[in-house]
Design a protein around this ligand. Structure first.
Ligand code: HEM
Length: 497
């Protein structure tokens, strides 16, 4: 096994380590490259924020990511590009992918404002963050330096400064995997028996061991053939090669519009106007209360004296297999079913081994939870639209997440958990917040949400309308700082290796 090198935070973009919570103002610029040479000059000088800890915390931050078409325009060869993962190369709207992601009906890419079928996909994503009142100044500073000569601004996706509560009114940004920056935890599946929120570095950053103890594919270059590749870090598993992926990540961006009025109107109707029932229904759909406290904890945080930190993330669904406390279909339970990699209780070594190799499973739900640690994502979204409810303006979430493997992480969560009408043994329902409500191919509905009751049949809400609509999206590569230098300096029009 090769030696694990210490992480060089100066080579990692800061967004991989920090959510920039204090930089409450942000905007995301979708750019088309206008002049490749000028764009390269601009990129080589761009003040990209790194993951180094700084004191005081800077008042601005900037990050850069590229689509596959952007990298080609900047001169990366087809051969290098083929080293990236297939979903990144073929894009979010590639054949069959839309169906798997639930991007059909009103979510179809043919209706998107950007990134869809009828609109050119962006080449570059520029993410700007700033402390209150500082964003305009930061944008002017960044956009100086021949910016307009280099790029056409396709869209400026603004956000509002509410970073804690999403538009439906629930606390957001709470549960995140804790990244194992120090690579302390074993990534060998045979040497770890317990579920942990600590996630292998290689699940988020390319070039490190992932939860399988392996390295995710990414472009590895021969520096004998490509002199510029010497700016890149060496590949950990093969130091002869230079690693274009190391310290980089894939960034998934989806503009998700939320029908806030429609959401609360429907819930009011379904609760016969009873505000307590309505609140309980909304909480059941999310799986947390508005204040962020999980339904799996008995007490809301809004009660004075309740320790907020305790239990905010330290819970699982072991004690609630049937979903009496938190419905199996609730958004947080679908998007991270938690629990262990192994069946609950003090299972023997043999039982664990059997479970590891897929034998001895008792139910579909155990099968589902067995794999949670391979499907974590690091969420970095921001919301847009007016903070107060207003039907005049569009509101929603610029959903952003980072992962080293788009297919196994984001796409799995979206497809196998969120959009799966049979998740955890359920029938005819998809994610109560995100579902597109399109019937399945066999005609079965997906517009239901069930809440099991202590006695009697489950309460089942039918005919739920669509509350969240996809308005745009793309897959990006967020390079490490040295990889960005390589991209900016690769001579345009040559094979690059
Ligand atoms: C408009 C769309 C969405 C809304 C309103 C929404 C809302 C929420 C809320 C309120 C929470 C609980 C607070 C927290 O743990 O941060 C949450 C958690 C989460 N969401 Fe979403 N979400 C949306 C889209 C998505 C999408 C598209 C995905 C992934 C494909 C996703 C994945 C997750 C995950 C992984 C968690 C954490 C679950 C856990 O570990 O407990 N969400 N979301």
């Amino acid at each position: 096994m090769s030696k694990r090198e210490k992480i060089d935070f100066s080579d990692v973009q800061g967004i991989c380590r920090f959510a920039h919570g204090r930089l409450t103002n942000a905007e995301f610029l979708l750019l088309k490259i206008k002049d490749v040479e000028v764009a390269k000059q601009w990129l080589s000088q761009a003040p990209v924020s790194t993951a180094e800890s700084k004191s005081p915390v800077p008042e601005t931050a900037m990050h850069i990511a590229f689509t596959a078409t952007g990298l080609i325009k900047l001169g990366l060869s087809e051969q290098i590009l083929s080293g990236f993962s297939e979903p990144f190369v073929s894009g979010m709207t590639a054949k069959n992918r839309s169906r798997r992601l639930g991007d059909v009906g009103n979510n179809s890419p043919s209706t998107w404002l950007w990134g869809g079928d009828d609109v050119a996909s962006p080449d570059v994503l520029l993410m700007l963050y700033a402390a209150p009142e500082k964003l305009d100044g930061w944008q002017s500073e960044v956009m100086g330096m021949k910016f307009n000569q280099a790029f056409d601004l396709q869209h400026c996706l603004r956000t509002n400064d509410e970073v804690r509560t999403e538009p439906f009114g629930f606390a957001d940004g709470i549960s995140q995997p804790e990244i194992d920056w120090g690579q302390q935890q074993a990534t060998d599946i045979h040497s770890r028996y317990t579920y942990s929120n600590l996630l292998a570095l290689g699940e988020i950053l390319l070039g490190y061991r992932n939860e399988y103890g392996e390295y995710t594919d990414r472009p590895l270059l021969e520096s004998d053939l490509d002199a510029l590749a010497k700016v890149l870090p060496r590949a950990e598993e093969n130091p002869r090669l230079r690693d274009l992926g190391r310290n980089g990540s894939y960034l998934v961006f989806r503009q998700l519009e939320q029908d806030v009025d429609g959401f609360w109107r429907h819930l009011k109707g379904a609760s016969d106007g009873d505000s307590n029932k309505m609140e309980a229904l909304a909480e059941a759909m999310v799986g947390r209360r508005r204040d962020g406290s999980p339904l799996m904890s008995e007490t809301p945080y809004s009660i004075p004296g309740v320790d907020k930190d305790k239990g905010i993330n330290q819970f699982d669904f072991n004690a609630d297999p049937g979903g009496l406390v938190c419905p199996v279909g609730a958004h947080v339970r679908r998007s991270n079913p938690r629990t262990g990699d192994y069946p609950p209780g003090n299972a023997s070594f043999i039982k664990r081994l059997l479970s590891l190799f897929g034998f001895g499973k008792k139910s579909r739900s155990q099968d589902l939870i067995a794999s949670t640690r391979y499907h974590r994502i690091l969420r970095r979204g921001r919301q847009y639209g007016p903070v107060q409810n207003s039907s005049d303006y569009q509101r929603g979430l610029h959903f952003i997440c980072l992962s080293a493997n788009i297919a196994r992480q984001f796409e799995f969560v979206q497809n196998a958990w969120i959009a799966n009408a049979k998740f955890g043994g359920l029938q005819d329902e998809t994610d109560p917040l995100l579902g597109n409500r399109q019937p399945l191919n066999n005609g079965s509905p997906t517009d239901r949400f069930s809440r099991p009751q202590k006695s009697g049949p489950a309460q089942c809400m039918r005919g739920i309308p669509q509350f969240v609509t996809v308005q745009g999206g793309a897959y990006f590569f967020l390079p490490g700082i040295r990889a960005l230098k390589y991209i900016a300096e690769t001579p345009f029009g040559t094979d690059g290796g």
